[in-house]
Ligand binder design. Structure first.
Ligand SMILES: Cc1cc2nc3c(=O)[nH]c(=O)nc-3n(C[C@H](O)[C@H](O)[C@H](O)COP(=O)(O)O)c2cc1C
Length: 186
């Protein structure tokens, strides 16, 4: 069987993002079964319907990346108990028809959701709202297991990089294995 293609989408543009580091840790866990890459979407403009057609080049690029993937894996921060504006903007672009003859690219696409915060919620509130949106867009959401890591700052190494504790890592391993199976089942 060909290797799966998993496209990770990190909902934080911050250089040292804990969610980005969580995504990289997840990528390590699935590397035997999947090619895992991070979507670069920092150049996607704010959605303005005046500029939808023809789509800006960065939007065309991210749509192609989504189409080429077997599944997405979203890593969301939590901003004021919901997901970030940059992630919402990206999803809004992806939710729009590509053209008169081509539907939006998220429909039926598999997706898993994880996240990490410095607070206590571990992104549980953000994830609930994100899953509602992904379901509305007709995505094939892996509802269980989801990983929500709280207290990121208690899980750092001496250099301030994320070093997941054993409990968080075990949850991530379980989710990674489940997502590979979910994708293989199609
Ligand atoms: C605008 C804003 C709102 C935030 N709201 C929450 C929140 O509701 N719950 C929480 O646990 N952390 C909250 N945080 C803290 C984030 O968890 C923290 O900044 C985290 O590092 C963001 O993810 P990142 O490291 O991937 O950028 C907030 C941060 C920002 C910038």
């Amino acid at each position: 069987m060909d290797k799966l293609k998993i496209l990770a989408v990190v909902g934080s543009l911050r250089q040292g993002s804990f969610n980005r580091q969580l995504a990289l840790a997840a990528g390590e866990l699935v590397k035997e079964s999947a090619d895992f890459s991070l979507l670069n979407y920092a150049d996607v403009p704010l959605l303005n319907q005046d500029d939808e057609y023809p789509a800006p080049e960065p939007v065309r690029r991210v749509r192609e990346a989504v189409k080429a993937a077997d599944g997405l894996w979203l890593f969301t921060p939590e901003y004021n108990h919901t997901f970030s504006g940059v992630l919402k903007n990206l999803i809004d672009w992806l939710s729009r028809p590509v053209s008169d003859t081509e539907r939006q690219v998220l429909s039926h696409k598999a997706v898993a959701v994880s996240g990490i915060t410095t607070g206590m919620t571990g992104t549980a509130c953000a994830q609930d709202q994100l899953v509602m949106l992904l379901s509305l867009l007709n995505m094939r959401v892996m509802n269980y297991p989801r990983v929500a890591v709280p207290n990121a700052k208690t899980q750092l190494d001496e250099a301030g990089r994320l070093r997941l504790n054993a409990e968080s890592l075990a949850f991530l391993e379980k989710q990674a294995a489940a997502y590979v199976k979910f994708l293989q089942k199609g």
